[in-house]
Each structure stands twice: as C-alpha cells, then as structure tokens.
Design a protein around this ligand. Structure first.
Ligand SMILES: [Zn+2]
Length: 485
C-alpha cells in the first residue's frame, strides 16, 4: 500500500550446508553451485547439474501440458530438458537428483506487487479505513523507523517468507531499493525492484532531483544482472506531478528500465485526478504519454472498459492484489474482463501491513472466490486462470515471460516442488483445483531459482531463519517504542 522512511547496515548471515537430498544421494549443497564437473557417463548421456525426478509437472507452457511421472533437467541457470522420467533419466546424468515422486512440480510463483520491507509492520494496526490507518500508524511508524538497516532486515524476512511459499520472482517498490536488490541477489531471488520516487521528502532521498539521481545510479549498477531488474517507481498519480511523471518516463526510456506505479486504487484517487487533471487515472496517464510496455500498474481497481483497452494496447502489466484491496475495502478490479481482453494481469500481495503476509497461495484462492462473489457467477475466475495469473501471466505483467513463469526448454529454472499428500489435499482429482483451492504455502518443499536450490526439503539454504527472526523481533520492540513517543 503506502509507506515512508531513514540508514546504516546490518551484516548478512549466509548459510551453506551439506545434506542428503530427497532421493538419498549425498551432494554438496553449496547454493552457488553452477556447472557440473562430472563428465558424461557414456557418449549419449548428457551431464547436467540437477534433475528433478518423478512427480507431476504443471508446465504452464502454451499447450498447458501436465506431465505425469515427469522429470526436469537443469544445467547452469536453464531448463535443458522436460519429459517423462523414463526418457530423461536415460539421457541425462546429474550431480544432484531431487526426488519429486508423489509431488507436483510448478513454475515458481510471481508476486507482481509488494513493498517487501513492510513485513516489519505486519499487524501494526488493522481494521481501519485507509486514511486513519495511513496517517495514525503507517506514516509515523515509517518516519520513525525506516532506514537502510530496517529495509535490509525486513527484506530478508520477506524473502524467507516468499521462498518458503514458492515465490521465485517479486515486483517491489520501496525506499533504499539498492539495499533490497543486494539482499535479494544474495538470497538468490529474482526481482523487478522499483526505487520509489515522489514529490515530497522520502526516507532515502529528500528531493526529486536527488531521488532521480539515486535511481539512475541504482539502475545502471544492476544493468544485465541475471536476477535483478532495477526499476523506477513513481509512487502514484496523486503523489507525483505530471512533470515528474513525464521525467520518470524519460529516464525509463533512456535506461530501458521498468516503471512501477500504483494506479486507480481508491475512489478518492479517481475523483481527485478527474477534478485536477480532467481525466480518470489511466486516461490521464495515457494523455501525458506515460504508458508503455515497461509500465507495471498495481491495483487498477477503478478502470473502465475503455481504460482496460488502453492498458492492453500499451501492453501495460497490471498487478491485482485481492487481499489488500479487500482488507482496506478499496474495491474490486474487473479481473474477469481483464482476462477476457487478454490483459497481462498478475497477482500480488501488496505490502504485509495491508495483507498481512506474502502468501501467493492465498491470493490465488481469494481472487477466485472474490470474483465469483462480486459477479454472482461461479464460472468466472477459474482455478486454472488464477494459477496462470500467479505464474506465466504474472511473468508477462513484469515483461519477464521470455525467461520465467513456465517450465519450458531454455527458460531459467525457477521451479517449486509442492507436496500433494497432506490431509487437506486428500483425495486428489484435479491439479489446478488443488493448487488454487487446497494447497498451502507450507506444502512447498523445495525451491529452485535461476538454477540454484534456495530451499531443499523446507530448509532455507541462502538465508538464516533464526537470525532473521531475532532481527525482526528487535525491530518489533523499537517500532512499538517509537509509536509511544
Ligand atoms: Zn502498494
């Protein structure tokens, strides 16, 4: 939702271990492993780094193939083979095998909108209207607590939560975004990470010029990084002037970087923009030449049919955040219409202060049920459509669908392996139904991002869970104290 914020640095705990993998082979679990040093066993056998064996692969490719008793071979950062277990195990030999028998292998989930450090404000205040929530709690808490160390500690907590729930890519907007990028890179999580710029002093940059200069340095620093896409995030049409929105677009053109923005989130925003600019938010952004394929617009709740067409024609990505929108009683985006028109709309959690978690499984489930209820039609927002929004369509919204969002040859290996035998998943008839309506984040067992195993059998390999909790609880005390002062 919103935020505000401050500075110094906290040391990062990096965890590497040795353990037995799920199929019983003992292999080094250095998460930085890259290329196998083993030679192929015989001429016809190809050496790869990791093979996931057995299980049902939900590819989310163009044909929506679901492969029973399948296997996926990964070499370096890429998927090099997908098929039946029997065929893949004949042709490929891996340093590491992961047994997925009885499990489901899915593309890593894509969270198209959040403010990751805000996990440290989780539950700080609930059940209020937006203005009271923002002005009495969030803004003061941010003003008194947000600095670079806060952002780093919050990011590590959020990353751990996301990995545990099978999220492999997220789109963020906050302050000190370069620190968020560094933490994400270290943890091995893919991100489109937008530095928030707005017309008044922020925790990191006190003027517009300073914010733009910071953003340019930040974006250039991460150019061509395999995991991090550095972006510019003008906060919203009501917090950034026309002139500054145009300047942000110009900088984005120069650097070829995404533009992340909140759009049409509340009725008040629509009324204000209409009164001040003579057009509703999407039309206004179109009129001033802001929209293009690099724009990721969060919320897009109050949009007309014509505005959905504008977003579609400009190839804008949208981030639908059902739980945040419900909790703040903001409204409901016309998602079934967006899907029918082919818009690149994904799902997002929004910040944890307005959610209160980063759980994409709940977003899928909630989105399906919310749109059925609002439309009075249980046939809209099907389980398969919601899973698509959390994977390949979310990747499209972030302009990353060429590299992630599905399990396909040549794409980056962003994969989650999910248990399917818990009580709440028994019995099992339909894979999409189970993924959307029955599966919990705690059912995710193993997560691979860009070919690197970041969680194996529920054990985080790139983040220190214990240290993260200690840091978060220290902030809890500090935040409570700050609100008393
Ligand atoms: Zn937001």
């Amino acid at each position: 939702m919103k935020f505000f914020s401050i500075r110094h640095t906290i040391s990062f705990c990096f965890c590497v271990g040795l353990t037995a993998n799920a199929i019983g082979q003992v292999s080094p679990l250095d998460p930085k492993y890259s290329v196998s040093t083993r030679k192929p066993l015989i001429g016809a056998i190809v050496a790869v780094d990791t093979i996931i064996l057995g299980g049902t692969i939900v590819t989310m490719d163009g044909d929506r193939r679901v492969i029973e008793n399948g296997a996926v071979a990964v070499k370096g950062d890429k998927i090099v083979a997908i098929g039946k277990r029997a065929d893949i195990s004949k042709q490929y030999h891996a340093v590491r095998s992961i047994n997925a028998t009885g499990r489901v292998i899915i593309p890593g989930l894509i969270n198209t909108h959040t403010h990751v450090p805000m996990v440290l404000f989780r539950g700080i205040s609930d059940d209020l209207d937006l203005q009271e929530w923002l002005t009495k709690y969030i803004f003061p808490a941010e003003a008194k607590n947000v600095d670079e160390a806060f952002v780093r500690a919050g990011t590590r907590l959020g990353l751990a939560e996301m990995i545990r729930g099978g999220t492999t890519t997220y789109c963020d907007m906050y302050y000190f975004e370069d620190a968020i990028a560094e933490e994400s890179k270290r943890a091995g999580v893919r991100g489109v990470l937008g530095e928030t710029v707005l017309d008044f002093p922020a925790p990191d940059n006190k003027t517009w010029d300073a914010a733009l200069a910071y953003s340019e340095r930040y974006i250039l620093k991460w150019k061509n990084d395999p995991l991090i896409v550095a972006a510019l995030a003008p906060h919203a049409p009501y917090t950034v002037s026309t002139e500054h929105l145009q300047a942000a677009r110009k900088l984005s053109d120069k650097l070829n970087s995404p533009l992340v923005i909140h759009v049409a989130e509340t009725k008040k925003e629509v009324d204000d923009i209409k009164a001040q600019k003579g057009a509703t938010p999407v039309k206004y952004l179109e009129n001033i030449g802001f929209l293009n394929e690099r724009v990721v617009a969060a919320h897009t709740i109050f949009v007309t049919d014509e505005e959905i067409d504008i977003l579609n024609n400009r190839d804008v990505g949208a981030g639908h955040c059902p739980q945040s929108n419900m909790k703040l009683a903001a409204g409901t985006a016309p998602v079934p219409k967006m899907l029918a028109k082919g818009l690149a709309v994904g799902l997002g959690t929004d910040g944890a202060a307005s959610n209160n978690d980063l759980n994409m499984w709940e977003e899928m489930d909630t989105a399906a049920k919310l749109h059925k209820l609002i439309s009075g039609d249980p046939k809209v927002a099907s389980a398969e459509q919601m899973f698509e929004m959390a994977t390949i369509r979310g990747a499209r919204a972030l302009d990353l669908d060429k590299i992630t969002g599905s399990i396909e040859l040549g794409k980056r290996a962003d994969i989650a392996i999910v248990d399917f035998d818990s009580l709440h998943q028994t019995p099992f008839y339909n894979v999409y139904s189970h993924l959307v309506y029955a599966t919990k984040a705690s059912d995710v067992r193993t997560v691979i991002i860009n070919g690197r195993v970041v969680m194996l059998d529920r054990r985080l390999l790139t983040l220190d869970e214990r240290a993260i909790k200690i840091d978060a609880n220290l902030y809890h005390k500090k935040i409570i104290q700050s609100l008393r002062n």
